[in-house]
Design a binder for this molecule. Structure first.
Ligand code: MV4
Length: 505
């Protein structure tokens, strides 16, 4: 393995390029029209155009990506996450072209992509499942059958898409009267989103935590689980903060849930990096939810507490190396790590995407800080893709000091020209519920709803002083302009503060 084509963009493409460099491998980029000068292209050894900016015409084009790999003379393809990372046909096309796919087999991707098949595999492995329907509910299922399945499972329940994951095509049902309507609407949403209307039912657990287990498998039958990641801080099914270890997991529970994760992966002959998701209820019982057959966004927190490079290990096991690691060490976190996903979104405007040009960028550094970014100053954040621009990871000896370190790094971070979720994180890390670790999967959506759109941005006191001085100078030099401003557009306090903040640049 000498040349690696990276079938992705943004921070994850940069992350894989870094691992390639350290291993003496040559990274090859692909890019869409709007990404022709993007950071991942600038950092790669070669780059191949794969089409227009819209993902379906470029980063989702199996044919063009495999063709680029052939033209480059690449030996292997790393899919990153998102786009084609969990696409069985892509993995197969890469193998059919005689290349190594740096990920699981197409069979494992297909199996785990089918959520009822994944449940069956977990059940066979002896791993606890949320009570639910074992068989998919297809178009032939009678209303009587659906009703009787629901009665067996009990209410409240969830209708989920067999081809789904991540909350799409999901409906909650509080009582029998709402069952058939929920099944109908889940089916049509699933058909539109995945081309497959099949659904299944699960008992709805209220306020669970989301705990996941990273696994690595080699091609010699070894599967190793890692210390858990706590991913309960989510907004509309999108993870926002991840950390490891979880405050809710005792050492006993850690080995039980890690063994469960490894059992699922072993049962399906899994190789490469994968993640088994669990729900954890208030009584400390855990239930298999689904398996993600890719490297995940939040892998750096696991790297921070284990000292391993997961991307490097992905490439090593893909070329046939054995996982000669001490299993005990992977379950023994060294310190605590937290990740904040920094988005080009306006938290003061319902997290609306905020594309545009990054004018000024100051990236935090110093002890225990890692910033995995896909952008530099002067870069444009396009409208076409997920607006996550970087991941900020803080590591320290324990959770309280990791929180302190993250607060410090957030305060250092300056991104101007676009709105970002930085002010939101500074707020979140001051919340008692976060500091106490007393949250669950619905906490963030609930607290955001209760805030009713109050702004997050709080200019520092020195900025307010500067603004006051600047306003005084402006008023002295041009009193009529000041008067006009106030008469014609009575500014809100927050807009005025926003302007004041703008004076920094
Ligand atoms: C659940 C659940 C409660 N009970 N399943 C959301 C996305 C998809 N991966 C599964 N999800 C959930 N499934 C049962 N039986 C609650 C959620 C859920 C959730 C899960 C993980 C992280 C955040 C979440 C936010 C809302 C709901």
């Amino acid at each position: 393995m000498k040349k690696i084509l990276i079938a992705n963009r943004g921070e994850i493409a940069v992350r894989v390029i870094r691992a390639c460099r350290e291993m003496g491998l040559s990274p090859i980029a692909v890019y869409s029209e709007c990404d022709r000068t993007a950071l991942h292209v600038r950092l790669a050894d070669e780059a191949y155009a794969i089409g227009p900016s819209e993902p379906r015409h470029s980063y989702l084009r199996v044919d063009r990506i495999v063709d680029a790999a052939r033209r480059a003379g690449a030996d292997a393809v790393h899919p990153g996450y998102g786009f084609l990372a969990e696409n069985e046909a892509f993995a197969r096309a890469v193998l059919d072209a005689g290349l190594t796919f740096i990920g699981p087999t197409p069979e494992a991707i297909a199996l785990m992509g089918n959520k009822t098949a994944a449940r069956a595999a977990a059940k066979k492995a002896g791993v606890p499942l949320v009570p639910g329907s074992d068989d998919p509910i297809d178009a032939n299922a009678s209303n009587d059958l659906i009703r009787s399945l629901a009665e067996q499972i009990g209410y409240p329940l969830l209708v989920k898409a067999v081809a789904g994951g991540g909350g799409k095509g999901m409906r909650t049902v509080q009582e029998p009267a709402d069952l058939l309507g929920a099944v109908t609407s889940a089916r049509s949403e699933a058909a539109a989103a995945f081309g497959n209307p099949t659904v299944y039912l699960e008992r709805h657990l209220v306020r669970p935590r989301h705990i996941e287990i990273q696994v690595l498998g080699d091609m010699h039958g070894t599967v190793l689980p890692f210390v858990e990641r706590e991913c309960s801080i989510q907004r509309r099914h999108q993870k926002v903060v991840e950390e490891t270890p979880s405050v809710a997991i005792t050492p006993r529970l850690r080995s039980a849930i890690a063994s469960a994760g490894a059992s699922v992966a072993t049962a399906v002959g899994y190789s490469n990096a994968g993640t088994i998701e669990f729900l954890l209820d208030e009584d400390g019982r855990f239930y298999f939810l689904e398996m993600n057959t890719r490297l995940q966004v939040e892998h750096p927190v696991t790297e921070a507490v284990t000292g391993l490079d997961l991307v490097r290990w992905q490439m090593r096991v893909a070329r046939g190396d054995r996982l000669d690691l001490n299993p005990e060490a992977l379950l023994t976190p060294s310190g605590h790590a937290i990740e904040c996903r920094i988005y080009a979104e306006d938290p003061d405007n319902n997290f609306l995407p905020s594309p545009g040009t990054i004018q000024h960028l100051r990236v935090p550094a110093g002890p225990g800080i890692r910033d995995d970014s896909g952008v530099e100053a002067g870069d444009e954040v396009p409208i076409y893709y997920d607006p996550m621009i970087s991941k900020l990871i803080a590591w320290s000896n324990d959770r309280p000091s990791a929180i302190d370190r993250m607060r410090r790094a957030l305060a250092e971070y300056t991104i101007s020209g676009i709105k970002t979720t930085l002010p939101f994180f500074s707020w979140l890390l001051e919340q008692r519920t976060f500091v106490d670790g007393a949250f669950h999967t619905t906490y963030l959506d609930e607290v955001l709803r209760s805030r009713n759109g109050q702004p997050f941005a709080t200019p520092a006191p020195d900025i307010e002083d500067i603004a006051a001085v600047a306003a005084a100078i402006y008023a002295a030099l041009s009193p009529s302009a000041i008067a006009r401003t106030f008469v014609e557009s009575p500014e809100s306090r927050w807009k005025a503060q926003g302007r004041a903040e703008g004076l920094r640049e």
